[in-house]
Structures are given as C-alpha cells and as structure tokens.
Design a protein around this ligand. Structure first.
Ligand SMILES: Cc1cc2nc3c(=O)[nH]c(=O)nc-3n(C[C@H](O)[C@H](O)[C@H](O)COP(=O)(O)OP(=O)(O)OC[C@H]3O[C@@H](n4cnc5c(N)ncnc54)[C@H](O)[C@@H]3O)c2cc1C
Length: 448
C-alpha cells in the first residue's frame, strides 16, 4: 500500500467513530429472537448511532445482518458473522403536512412513532397486532394488519434511504424510482441497511373496537364478504373447535360512514360484555380497549398494548396468504384439519388485506386473506404439521409470511413470487458479494 492510500484509509477509519458493542441483549444470555425459539448464530452485535457509522461498518465488514426488534420466528434475521442494530437511531426526522409524510430513522418502533405522530395531528393507515416492532423490520417482511381496504404496512412507505454493500447511500422514492422502489420496500434485508423510511400519513382519527363471540362457521361460509367488509378492520379468531369462530374483532373508524352499528348479535355472534384476549383464557389486560370505547387509532388498531407482552409469549407463529377469491374454500380446508392442528394450536387469526404492487409482498397484485397460527412452542410437532397445511393450501397458491415459520420449498417460492428473478438481479447490483445474505436468503431467494 502506498503512503497516500494508507493516509486516506487511516483518515477514513478515524472519521468513523467506533461502534459500541452491545455485549448482551438481556442479562448475559445468548442472543435470541423475541419468542426465544431461535438462538442467533453469533452474539457479535454492534449498535450504530448515525448514517456515517452505518456506512463505516458496512464498508468494514464482509458479512452482516441488520437486527430489528427480533420479532421474526425463523432465521431471516440470523447471522453467523455479525449484527448491526439501529436501535439508537429512533428519532422522527420530519413530519411534512404538505406532502402528508413522516420521515423516521429506521430503528424506530411503531410504539415510539405513533403517539408522537398522533400528538402532531396525524396517523398511519394501519398497524400490525402489536406496536413493539421496528418500522424498517416490519416493512422489510411485509408485515400487515387487518382490513380488506388496507394494504400491508409496507404500502405506506413512500421513500427509503439505503446503505448498500459498497457503503454508498441510495435514496429511493415511490415517485421517482418506480420498479426499483417497488422491489426494495419489501427487501427481506437483502439489499442493504435501511437507515431512513418515509411513510404516508393522514389526519388522526378515532377507532372503536368491539368483540363478538361464537360466530357459527356456517355464517362465515355464507357471508364471508359481508363480514369482512363490515368495518375498517376485521379479525377472526378461532381454535377450529365446535365449528365456530371464537371471537370477531371489529375496529371501526368513528368518522367513517356508514357507522358500524354494534348490534347485540351479528351473523349469529354475540357482542362481548367484557374485554377479551384473542386466547379467551388469557387476561385481557395486555389487549387494547374494546367495548366500543373510542380511542386514538394507535391504541385500537393493534390488538396488544405497548408496555405489555403481546400475544402469548412462549409461542411459534406461521401464516399463509391466500388469494381473496379462495378464502372460504381455504378456511374450510383448514377446518377439516382441526383434529391434527388443535392439540398444538393456541389460536388462529384470519384477516383480509388489500392488494399492492411491492414485488415480494405476499399481496403482490392480489387481495388476500391470511390464515395465521399461533402455536405452542413445540417445533418438532409444528414442523410436521406445516407441510400438511401447506399441501392443503397449495391449490390456492398460498404464500407464506416471510417472517414466520414455513416449510414451503424454494422452488415453490420462486413459482408463487413471480418477481423473484428481478429481485435477485437487483440484489446482485446492490450487493454483488452477498454481504447481506444469510442461510435463509441463500436457501429461499438465491438458491438454484
Ligand atoms: C407477538 C408477535 C405478533 C406479530 N404480529 C404480526 C402481525 O400482526 N402481522 C404481521 O404481518 N406480522 C406479525 N408479526 C411478525 C413480525 O411483525 C415481523 O416478522 C417483523 O418483520 C418483525 O420486525 P422486526 O424489526 O422485529 O424484525 P427482525 O426479526 O429483527 O428482522 C426482520 C428482517 O428485517 C431486516 N431488517 C430489520 N431492520 C432492517 C433495516 N434497518 N435495514 C434492512 N433490513 C432490516 C432483518 O435483517 C431481517 O431480515 C408478529 C410477531 C410477533 C412476535
């Protein structure tokens, strides 16, 4: 190395302050995902506080993964080499009333963003069942909420700042970058480190949440469309027992017309008289307020409250996106598996989601209904059940949730994600040496 190059490299290295190593995530334990079913393959975890630190780290490392809030159930976020956390990069950069957008640093969670946004008079179009997850991590896997007119959370993204493998910064916007943007939003962490996200916002609104109990499955079969379109967001919870939907969670915007009329009975289900957890045996303390009490959008659209454990805790999750036109057939096919499924199941949730144009979104160019399973934490049993479920759903070309457990083969994934070849091409441009790839991506996206 000549003297000039050495001085340049030395100066560059000095300009990037050392990243702080987060030695342990929790009390000296090995680094695990939220559910604790996956121990990550390294605990070399570093935290960046600025774009320059991210760039320096990306240039320096041959292999790395960004770790968001660790809420995926599979090894999509895993690394054998090192992790970069953007947790300290959690600020709101700008709320722009003129363009109706908010720009945030990518480590922010919905739980941090939403109250701030609401205090400025704005809201997001939808949220997942929990606010604890990072915006960048959620959008990267096409995380969704409920509501047949609502696209998944990634559909709110209108701009991204991305550090690609060379350390260069790429800015992409929905308006300017067309297909590259549509490829990058649901990027599965394969294209680079997202450092900023711009999201569409709208004026704040209030939501009322009602829960109905015990809807006969026959009502769902005969009136599926009417039930799904009855409110802004509808979620159906079932344990597949007794030919019924145990709970129907209905979230309606207060200003919306026609107003949701909370009659004591709805398609054979009875209006609940107390707050409920989706798993009726668990305390509703963790859940957002129900019984029609109006409240801000961010305290009603998720099922679970910030500051409390969402869902059950020690669990596994799987979820399949079925094209909307096959919803009833697919639900009935799952019901026929009840005796196999029920012993291992905590609860199933069924939701509707609008179509979008994001390449790797499971709702790419098709409105979907999702059939979700919260499992007891017994991977041996669940791993045997998933192929059975996937076989039943295969005729409907069901797409698995990228962040949950599935056994769908890479060949099938390529068949059902029609934009995968173009996505791979873009990844090769942004990350020619596979710096951001891991076992999950090598198997599911980049395998032959
Ligand atoms: C209790 C519970 C409830 C859930 N409810 C829902 C639900 O209602 N709907 C739903 O669709 N899903 C749901 N999920 C799944 C979850 O929302 C997604 O898996 C989501 O991706 C988690 O975000 P995360 O930040 O924790 O991601 P992580 O698991 O940390 O990472 C996911 C992926 O995003 C990448 N990534 C993260 N940050 C960045 C970044 N800055 N730049 C580039 N890549 C990045 C990672 O590398 C990885 O590939 C739930 C999960 C749990 C545990």
């Amino acid at each position: 190395m000549n003297k000039r190059t050495f001085i340049k490299l030395f100066a560059a290295a000095m300009a990037v302050p050392a990243l702080s190593r987060l030695l342990v995530w929790a009390g000296g334990e090995r680094l695990k995902n939220w559910a604790g079913n996956l121990e990550y393959s390294t605990d070399r975890l570093y935290a960046a506080t600025s774009l320059e630190q991210v760039r320096g780290y990306v240039k320096k490392e041959n292999k790395l993964k960004v770790l968001g809030t660790r809420h995926c159930f599979n090894n999509i976020a895993d690394s054998t080499d090192s992790f970069l956390s953007l947790k300290p990069m959690n600020e709101v950069i700008a709320v722009d009333p003129a363009t109706r957008t908010v720009t945030v640093s990518a480590g922010i969670t919905y739980g941090q963003l939403c109250p701030y946004l609401d205090s400025k008079g704005f809201a997001l179009h939808n949220l997942a069942s929990l606010p604890h997850i990072s915006v960048a991590g959620a959008c990267s896997t096409a995380t969704h909420g409920s509501g047949e007119k609502n696209g998944n959370l990634a559909t709110a993204v209108s701009g991204l700042e991305l550090v690609i493998a060379s350390g260069d910064v790429v800015n992409l916007s929905r308006e300017r970058n067309g297909s590259t943007f549509r490829a990058a939003v649901v990027g599965l962490g394969a294209l680079g480190v997202i450092t900023k996200v711009t999201l569409d916002i709208q004026p704040t609104y209030l939501v009322r949440q009602y829960v109905y109990e015990n809807m006969p499955l026959a009502e769902l079969r005969d009136h599926f469309d009417a039930i799904e379109s009855s409110a802004y967001s509808v979620s159906l919870f079932t344990d597949w027992q007794k030919q019924r939907i145990n709970e129907v969670w209905v979230k309606s915007r207060v200003e919306e017309r026609p107003v949701f009329n909370a009659t004591p009975e709805c398609f054979g289900a009875k209006l609940a008289t107390r707050n409920l957890h989706p798993i009726a045996e668990l305390s509703a303390e963790n859940c957002t307020e129900q019984m029609g009490v109006p409240g801000p959008w961010y305290e009603r659209l998720p099922h679970f409250r910030m500051g409390f454990t969402p869902s059950a805790g020690k669990e596994l999750q799987s979820e399949y996106f079925v094209p909307r036109q096959h919803a009833v057939e697919a639900i009935l096919a799952m019901e026929r598996l009840r005796d196999q499924v029920s012993p291992h199941l905590m609860i199933t949730e069924i939701r509707a989601i609008a179509a979008d144009d994001l390449w790797l979104s499971p709702c790419y160019e098709q409105p979907c209904v999702t059939i979700h399973f919260t499992w007891k934490q017994d991977w041996t049993a669940v791993s045997k059940l998933l192929p059975v479920i996937e076989k039943e759903l295969a005729p409907f070309h069901a797409r698995p949730h990228w962040g949950k457990l599935f056994t769908t083969s890479p060949v099938e994934l390529k068949r059902i994600y029609t934009k995968m070849p173009e996505f791979v091409e873009l990844s090769r441009k942004y990350d020619p040496q596979g710096k951001f790839r891991n076992e999950y991506l090598n198997k599911n996206i980049f395998g032959n």
